[in-house]
Write a protein that binds this ligand. Structure first.
Ligand SMILES: NC(=O)c1ccc[n+]([C@@H]2O[C@H](COP(=O)([O-])OP(=O)(O)OC[C@H]3O[C@@H](n4cnc5c(N)ncnc54)[C@H](O)[C@@H]3O)[C@@H](O)[C@H]2O)c1
Ligand code: HEM
Length: 236
């Protein structure tokens, strides 16, 4: 197939094909369906499962595949990555997987927007995520989405107002007791609010609310509760 005839896929589409039933990888911006080939792969199927749904160029090159192996890849080529996504399909994907695969994390504000997108990205790269949001239903939706999108990793939702110490206490306990029974490897603070107003009209409550949710929560979640509880490995 001439390159110009190749079907175009987004990274998001490729990432859905991340299991033994449908296993796609990206090499140099081209998309390969290696579902059947995985079982015949001379390097074993596990290395391909580890790369399922992601960019695998760096790993492929690191192995030093022979010219024959490189030619063989063409048989499994089904498309190319869209121009918009092509930059992201390269090394950062693999580096991200190396960083977070198999790790455990918390994403606050994970029920929506940037937090949800980060949770999805982490899930796609093999991490387990506890999605925290003041909107319980939204947190649940993200956790369900992650479970649907990824064959690996553990995903759950927890409702908490991260500006409230007692709710962070409960979150810490839930993480250590029910979700992971160990310390989280990373914490993403994406919970945030805006209370936009003309300065002259803004009241103290609005100002305090923004600082408490956007700033103080990070200090409370990161330093006092999560870190203390988890890194001291306190058990409940
Ligand atoms: N979207 C942007 O372009 C942009 C740009 C710069 C900064 N930001 C900031 O980044 C943060 C996230 O932005 P977004 O676009 O994802 O916003 P968003 O409103 O889509 O998501 C924020 C999430 O935080 C949750 N949340 C709010 N208060 C909470 C609380 N007390 N406890 C727990 N969860 C709480 C909300 O329910 C929501 O799900 C915000 O602070 C925002 O101001 C956003
Ligand atoms: C369509 C994609 C691929 C094809 C066609 C392919 C093909 C091959 C072939 C033919 C070999 C035998 C050795 C050689 O000829 O070089 C091989 C070995 C191997 N491959 Fe792949 N491969 C693919 C993707 C990958 C990926 C993505 C990885 C890593 C994540 C990988 C890891 C390995 C390893 C570890 C070996 C064993 C090397 C050794 O024993 O020295 N392969 N592959």
């Amino acid at each position: 197939m001439a390159p110009k005839d190749l079907k175009t896929y987004s990274i998001a589409e490729v990432s859905k094909h991340n299991s033994a039933d449908s296993l796609w990888i990206i090499l140099n911006d081209k998309v390969y369906d290696v579902t059947k080939f995985a079982l015949e792969h001379p390097g074993g199927e596990d290395v391909l499962y580890d790369m399922a749904g992601q960019g695998a160029t760096e790993s492929f090159n690191d192995v030093g595949h022979s010219v024959d192996a490189k030619e063989m890849t063409e048989e499994y080529c089904i498309g190319k990555i869209s121009d918009d996504d092509s930059k992201n399909a390269k090394q950062p994907n693999i580096k991200m997987a190396n960083l977070v695969a198999g790790k455990l994390g918390v994403v606050t504000g994970g029920g929506s927007g940037i937090g949800r997108a980060i949770a999805q990205m982490l899930g796609r790269h093999g991490a387990s995520v506890l999605v925290v949001d003041i909107q319980e239903q939204h947190a649940k939706e993200t956790a369900e989405l992650l479970t649907k999108e990824n064959s690996k990793g553990k995903f759950a939702a927890f409702a908490a107002d991260v500006s409230q110490r007692d709710e962070i206490d409960n979150l810490s306990k839930y993480f250590a007791k029910d979700f992971a029974k160990q310390s989280p490897d990373f914490l993403v603070n994406s919970a945030g609010i805006t209370r936009d107003s003309f300065l002259i009209k803004m009241n103290d409550q609005q100002y305090d609310d923004v600082l408490n949710v956007n700033l103080k929560s990070i200090y409370m979640v990161s330093i006092f509760k999560m870190m203390y509880l988890f890194f001291k490995l306190i058990t409940f």
